[in-house]
Design a protein around this ligand. Sequence first.
Ligand SMILES: O=C([O-])CC(=O)C(=O)O
Length: 161
Amino acid sequence: MSVTPVPTADLYDEHGEDLGICAVQFRRLGGRHLYAGPVRTVRCHEDNALLRELLHTPGEGAVLVVDGGGSLRTALVGDLIAGAAHASGWAGLIVNGAVRDSVALGALDLGVQALGTCPRKSGKTGEGAVDEPVTIGGVTFRPGDTVYVDDDGVAVLPAAH
Ligand SMILES: O=C([O-])CC(=O)C(=O)O
């Protein structure tokens, strides 16, 4: 399902408090300033095997919300994984954690929001969970919701809306 991106401020003016606003001040590290898509999720801690596998499957315009527990100790995404996400048709990645290869990420036509950067790579054991609800910055992201991202923030429109 492809979703037309809308600026988050316009979306708030339309939906008001039906719109979830993520309180985290993410950094924009990808080349896309405005993107939107259905929510998919991964929860993992300093380990990126699950999200690497998922981002090699067709994204169909989805946005992957990665709950890395806020760790800045390892990078969950680098240029190879981000390149695979772009090639597989994902609209973007929201990472509650760190990424690396930030210059390359900035040159990709892919949304990437993250807390920050770290040169250290992540573990590869595959621990974690896919497509379970994750709560970040006071907002719960559920598969089937729609997420809108721009330089003002990250906003979620619940599926039930
Ligand atoms: O392989 C990793 O752990 C992450 C990375 O550097 C990449 O995606 O290029």
